[in-house]
Ligand binder design. Structure first.
Ligand SMILES: [Zn+2]
Length: 91
């Protein structure tokens, strides 16, 4: 049996590469909004962050969402995403 290599993605916060199932996906949907995508199945440009607040905050601070998702996050978008992300971590 051939073992399939898990698809690796790098975290927007710390840059570490990990199996995408260990990371939380963010996606920019068609309407230009950025959402947390726990299913990993939403269509759109996506980016991954480790399942820790530190990496989320680092990604925000380094403006990695703007680079990776081509989305300009306003302060209230960041607030909303932070809540969505926290919710995802707690479930
Ligand atoms: Zn990370």
């Amino acid at each position: 049996m051939k073992v399939r290599k898990p698809p690796l993605r790098s975290c927007l916060g710390c840059g570490r590469e990990a199996d995408k199932r260990e990371l939380v996906r963010f996606v920019r949907t068609q309407d230009g909004e950025v959402h947390v995508d726990p299913s990993g199945k939403l269509n759109g440009r996506g980016g991954y962050v480790c399942a820790t607040m530190q990496c989320f905050e680092a990604a925000v601070r380094k403006k990695r969402f703007a680079t990776a998702l081509h989305a300009n996050l306003r302060e209230d978008d960041v607030e909303r995403l932070r809540r969505e992300f926290e919710h995802t971590l707690s479930t």
